[in-house]
Design a protein around this ligand. Structure first.
Ligand code: SAH
Ligand code: SF4
Length: 347
């Protein structure tokens, strides 16, 4: 894996066991791992016993990944909040809170920019800067969880890795962050409530299929033939559709889990019924659920969302083929926090 440059791992990116190992290596009892891990992940008052306090004080600057709020924008309806956060090395990353009454979801970024170059995506348009460290991913969740607690008096329970970047291109740090975030001693997010969305990174999907924790997998398809998909997603050349669908089938077979398929609908590009039929044929016999996402506007792409009738007609073809699907609710468009609109403009 490419080693993320310029930032050292912070203690809040370490798992419970790793914290114990660090302490033990310095002659501090592993029994201190629990209060330390809890404090790193849940915050609260720092009232540690002598040896732990001394150990922590010596590592003060590298304990918690400190993120600053550069800007915070709320959508008109108040339910979507976009945070532009600054990281310790000055880089900036976007994180989104999506609220529904009783259900709060954080949309986390895994990279600054993205190397995959999908033409309709603002993050792809900005190119790739660097991978995020686990602590930097964890810190985003902590930031959103604090906002949920403060504004709504509730707990953050759902995570989608659908912010900036391709999570499976930064596999190790993303998995490490999720290990920390799903730990019952910390933020305690249920693994089934974590969705990893991928552009179709085949080696990553195959690794995820064998990962001990059962996260939810979403695969961004957007085209049902190599030619059509390749025009929107350059990395389709590296991992063509046949390979990708095999990986999805292998994932479902190993896990007994269905795969979510994302299809960003672009008017006049991939919203016609012939493509809907090709999609239905491609997915025939698979355990899937299709999420249809009308295109959100971005500065670097001219495409537009289809007319509503065309969205429904597309969905009907899937329905007739026995494929369950949902049209994703438009959220946060007025603050550019919709799918694919995340980019740090100040860069
Ligand atoms: N890199 C991952 C996750 C981040 S993108 C991936 O591509 O899956 C999250 C989702 O937003 C993907 O399904 C992506 O295809 C979609 N998306 C990107 N740009 C979009 C846009 N302009 N409008 C609607 N959806 C978009
Ligand atoms: Fe990267 Fe996903 Fe955007 Fe494609 S859609 S450029 S993979 S973030």
């Amino acid at each position: 894996m490419e080693e993320p440059a310029g930032v050292s791992p912070a203690l809040d990116g370490l798992s419970f066991d790793e914290i114990g190992e660090r302490l033990a290596a310095d002659g501090v009892s592993r029994a201190h791992a629990l209060p330390l891990f809890r404090w790193l992940q849940r915050g609260g008052r720092r009232e540690f016993e002598g040896p732990l306090e001394r150990w922590l004080a010596a590592r003060e600057s590298a304990a918690v990944t400190r993120v600053g709020t550069v800007t915070e924008t709320a959508s008109g309806d108040g339910w979507t909040r976009k945070f532009l956060l600054s990281l310790p090395d000055g880089a900036e990353v976007e994180t989104v809170l999506m609220g529904f009454p009783g259900r709060f979801t954080a949309c986390l970024s895994t990279q600054i920019g993205c190397a995959m170059g999908c033409v309709f995506c603002a993050t792809g348009q900005m190119g790739f800067s660097r991978h995020l460290r686990a602590g930097e991913i964890v810190a985003q969740a902590r930031h959103v969880a604090a906002a949920v607690a403060e504004r709504h008096g509730e707990r953050l329970r759902n995570l989608v890795m659908m912010g900036m970047g391709e999570p499976l291109h930064n596999f190790d740090e993303t998995m490490q962050a999720l290990e920390v975030l799903t730990d019952t001693r910390g933020m305690n997010i249920g693994p089934a409530r974590v969705t990893l969305s991928t552009v179709g990174h085949v080696p990553g999907i195959l690794k995820l299929a064998r990962h001990p924790k059962r996260y939810t997998l979403a695969v961004s398809l957007h085209g049902a033939s190599d030619e059509e998909r390749g025009r929107l997603i350059p990395v389709n050349r590296r991992w063509p559709l046949a390979q990708l669908m095999d990986a999805c089938r292998e994932y479902s077979a190993i896990r007994g889990q269905r795969v979510f398929v994302a299809w960003t609908l672009i008017g006049g590009v991939n919203d016609d019924l012939a493509q809907a039929r090709r999609l239905a044929a491609l997915l025939a016999g698979m355990e899937v659920h299709v999420n249809l996402i009308p295109l959100n506007p971005t500065a670097g792409y001219e495409g537009r969302a289809p007319a509503w009738d065309d969205v429904i007609a597309f969905q009907r073809v899937l329905q007739d083929a026995g494929l369950p699907s949902t049209v994703r609710q438009k959220r946060g468009l007025d603050v550019d926090a919709g799918c694919g609109q995340l980019a740090t403009r100040r860069l």
